[in-house]
Write a protein that binds this ligand. Structure first.
Ligand SMILES: [Zn+2]
Length: 267
C-alpha cells in the first residue's frame, strides 16, 4: 500500500507545482469557445431599378444605405472580422478584436464589386463574400478576375455551393459535389484555403452537415437569426439580416440584439 500512496503524493505535488496559471489554462481550453458577433447578411448593393422583381428588391440595399451603416460601425468602434477569422477563433485560434462585426455578401452579384468591395477597401474594412463558382463570369455576377482581385486585397472568399440549389432537395451525390467542388475550385483558382461554407437558402439537414464536415470545412453559416458564434455550433452558425428599410435605430439594434429596436422593424 505504501508505494501507490507515495505515487499519489508525487502526482498531487506535481499538479500543484504547475501553479494556478497552467491549471487555469487547462480548465479554459476545455470550455467551448464562443463570441458574440453580429454577422450581417447582404446580397445586392445597388440602386433599385424599375424592372427588379420583388425578390431582388428584398435582397437589395442601396450604396447610400451601406455607406451609412459602415459609418455607423466605424463611429461605434466596431472592427470588421471575416467568417474565416470567426472559424479560426472557434477552433482555438487568435482572439477576436473588441466589438467585432462581420459583413457577409452572398451569391457574388456583380454590383458588390464597385458598391461594396471597393468601398470597404477605401475604408480599410474586410468582408466575406460567399461565392457560387458556377455563376462567375455570367451576366449579373462577378468575374473570376474580380474575385481573384478581391482575394488579393484581403477580402475573405468562401464557398456557397457550385450552382446554388436547395441542398435538401437534390440527390445526395449532387449535394456532396456542390459542397466539395465549390471549395476545391475556389482554392485552386485563388491559391488560398477555403474552409467556410454558407448553405444556399440557409437550408440544411443532418446529411448535409456530415458532408460539409467531411469535405473539410471548419465552419458553416445558416440564415438563422442569432449573434452567438459557438464552437459547439460551428456548422450551423447564425447571422443577422439587414433590411433595406432599416432605420438607424433598427440597424443599431441588429448589432446588439436589442429586442426593443428590432420589435420596431416592420418586416
Ligand atoms: Zn445564396
Amino acid at each position: 500500500m505504501a508505494l501507490p500512496l507515495t505515487r499519489l503524493v508525487i502526482v498531487l505535488a506535481c499538479f500543484f507545482a504547475l501553479g494556478p496559471s497552467l491549471r487555469g489554462t487547462t480548465v479554459v481550453s476545455a470550455a467551448p469557445r464562443a463570441a458574440f458577433v453580429p454577422v450581417l447578411i447582404y446580397h445586392h448593393v445597388k440602386w433599385p431599378r424599375p424592372g427588379d422583381n420583388a425578390i431582388e428588391r428584398g435582397l437589395t440595399i442601396s450604396p447610400a444605405q451601406l455607406a451609412t451603416e459602415l459609418t455607423h460601425l466605424a463611429a461605434g468602434g466596431y472592427r470588421s472580422v471575416t467568417a474565416r477569422d470567426i472559424a479560426a477563433f472557434l477552433r482555438g485560434g487568435p482572439a477576436l478584436p473588441k466589438r467585432p462585426v462581420a459583413l457577409t455578401f452572398d451569391d457574388g452579384y456583380s454590383d458588390v464589386y464597385a458598391n461594396a468591395y471597393q468601398v470597404l477597401l477605401r475604408r480599410r474594412m474586410r468582408a466575406t463574400f460567399f461565392i457560387v463558382p458556377g455563376f462567375l463570369d455570367k451576366p449579373r455576377y462577378l468575374t473570376w478576375k474580380q474575385v481573384e482581385n478581391m482575394a488579393a486585397h484581403g477580402m475573405d472568399i468562401e464557398a456557397h455551393s457550385m450552382t446554388h440549389p436547395d441542398l435538401t432537395t437534390v440527390p445526395a451525390a449532387q449535394m456532396q459535389r456542390e459542397i466539395r467542388l465549390s471549395r476545391l475550385l475556389l482554392e485552386s483558382r485563388l491559391h488560398r484555403q477555403v474552409r467556410v461554407f454558407a448553405y444556399p437558402y440557409g437550408a440544411y439537414n443532418g446529411g448535409i452537415l456530415r458532408s460539409v464536415r467531411s469535405a473539410g470545412y471548419y465552419a458553416a453559416f445558416t440564415t438563422h437569426q442569432g449573434w452567438w458564434q459557438t464552437e459547439t455550433n460551428r456548422l450551423v452558425l447564425p447571422r443577422v439580416y439587414v433590411d433595406n428599410d432599416d432605420t438607424a435605430s433598427i440597424f443599431a439594434g441588429r448589432l446588439v440584439a436589442d429586442a426593443v429596436a428590432l420589435a420596431a422593424d416592420p418586416t
